[in-house]
Ligand binder design. Structure first.
Ligand SMILES: Cc1cc2nc3c(=O)[nH]c(=O)nc-3n(C[C@H](O)[C@H](O)[C@H](O)COP(=O)(O)OP(=O)(O)OC[C@H]3O[C@@H](n4cnc5c(N)ncnc54)[C@H](O)[C@@H]3O)c2cc1C
Length: 385
């Protein structure tokens, strides 16, 4: 192949890409794999960015074991021409545009934080190592920090910044924390854990406007109250990083839709040599549903299964959905499918360790588990499935 032609090109050098490249090598693929990422610090792990990397800032916390035969090239992908099988890159070193030809293209560009329409410039967000370092620099002993959004990242941030001595207020329009992850279960418990470490929780918060600048923010609430902060962080969710694909013709309803084996679908047509893995993907399930995940385990699983598919192996069975988060000194793990209307019961308890395992059984027969400091039990359940 010429200098500008590659067998496999991967855009994004994170969890999904790492799992894909490592598995492909394990399956004896010896061709060149070009991986590009626009973030000059990649590869690194994201989960510590809201946890240990904020409280004890050692870079080892985010180190990744990346396959030595798969170098990461720092470049931004700006377009794909699916008919010509070419990818356009802007190279970080020169700033110049380069067009490369691929046999197989894997899109693994993850997600980018959502910005609320009322958010002025200067409100921080957390997705990259640089974001985490900026938050850490601005926060600290006695700083008044407002966190908008009490999903996993917001609740973890609140925990970490409170640990380093910031005065944290967390606000969410929902009436409890971790609403999307726990779909209504254990909201009062999580809320009391956050309060017990000194976090001021404002649920059902109606933010009408945000004024100010870094160092002096005012958040106006619908009930007439005003909250003042030195630092304001928005953690209201993330959307798939597909903006660069807008002219490619690869998006369906604005989504990078993929079939269960990872092929990109354009309408009902399947692209034979373009694939998607990780947070960027919306999966078209056989039952007609569409599913998008934002989880380390799902991204890794997508990568492994795609490598097996590309290598002509039968891909392993889909794993049971899994997510973990560390909130207010507790490890919260969610396994399986939680239904809002599901019946929740305690399946195991060890008060001495603060461990408890709940089972949530949906009216449709679905099963899910919530573990609080119950890592061994969740590990056993994962192995059994
Ligand atoms: C702060 C934080 C904490 C988290 N904690 C947990 C947790 O506790 N448990 C859990 O299960 N999950 C957690 N997650 C989620 C988990 O990290 C993600 O699900 C996972 O990183 C997704 O991996 P990915 O490979 O799909 O994409 P990403 O990790 O998002 O990486 C995508 C990469 O693509 C690059 N990219 C994007 N666009 C372009 C382009 N046009 N050209 C070139 N490169 C591009 C980006 O720079 C990025 O490096 C957390 C996420 C964050 C941000």
């Amino acid at each position: 192949m010429s200098q500008n032609e590659y067998g496999v090109v991967v855009v994004g050098a994170s969890v999904a890409a790492e799992a894909f490249a490592t598995r492909l090598r394990e399956l004896d693929y010896e061709g060149e794999i070009l991986v590009v990422d626009r973030d000059s610090r990649m590869p690194y792990e994201r989960p510590p960015l809201s946890k240990l990397y904020l409280t004890s800032p050692a870079t080892t916390e985010i180190d990744v074991e990346w396959h030595e035969t798969v170098p990461v090239t720092i470049a931004e992908a700006t377009d794909v021409d699916a008919d010509a099988s070419t990818l356009t890159l802007t190279m970080a070193t020169s700033g110049s545009a380069r067009k490369i030809k691929y046999d197989k293209l894997v899109i693994a560009t993850g997600a980018t934080p959502i910005r609320l329409p009322i958010e002025p410039e200067g409100v921080m967000r957390l997705r990259t190592a640089e974001d985490s370092e900026r938050i850490r620099e601005a926060a600290g002993e006695g700083q008044r920090v407002g966190i908008i959004g009490a999903g996993a990242i917001g609740a973890e941030l609140a925990t970490s910044l409170s640990t380093i001595g910031s005065q944290v207020v967390i606000l969410d329009k929902a009436d409890r924390p971790l609403e999307r992850l726990l779909v209504g279960h254990l909201g009062a418990d999580v809320s009391s854990w956050l309060q017990s470490i000194g976090i001021d929780c404002r649920w059902s918060a109606d933010i009408v406007s945000i004024e100010g600048k870094p160092g002096a923010w005012s958040v106006m609430l619908g009930d007439g109250n005003r909250l003042d902060f030195d630092l304001l962080v928005s953690a209201v969710g993330a959307r798939p990083a597909t903006a660069w694909l807008e002219n490619s013709g690869l998006l369906t309803d604005g989504q990078l839709l993929c079939d269960p084996s990872g092929h990109v679908l354009v309408g009902s047509e399947r692209c034979e040599n373009i694939f998607g893995i990780g947070d960027v993907v919306t999966r078209q399930l056989d039952n007609g549903d569409r599913l998008r995940t934002e989880s380390w385990s799902a991204a890794a699983e997508h990568g492994i299964h795609l490598a097996e598919h590309v290598a002509g192996k039968e891909a392993g069975e889909a794993e049971v959905p899994y997510f973990w988060t560390d909130v207010a000194g507790r490890k919260i793990q969610v396994l399986g499918t939680l239904r809002r209307d599901g019946a929740i019961e305690v399946e195991f308890e060890n008060p001495a360790r603060g461990a408890i395992l709940y089972k949530v059984t949906g009216t449709d027969g679905s099963e899910g588990w919530i573990g609080i400091n119950a890592q061994p039990r969740i590990a056993m359940l994962r192995m059994a499935r």
